[in-house]
Design a protein. Sequence first.
Length: 66
Amino acid sequence: MAENERLRYRLLTGPDDTSFCERVSAALAEGYVLHGPPTLTFDGTRVIAGQAVVLPGAATPTIVEA
């Protein structure tokens, strides 16, 4: 993959704080769209969030049967 080529799918994770929200917002500004709802878990100290994002219109892989 080229260094400047964007991934079609990304899973953003981190503590549920302003920094995490800024990273999701930045991905949206880059053209990504949310893929499904966010996920949350508790690590015993803090809430950890996850959000999948995808590039719209990205090519769908073709499955080739042998």
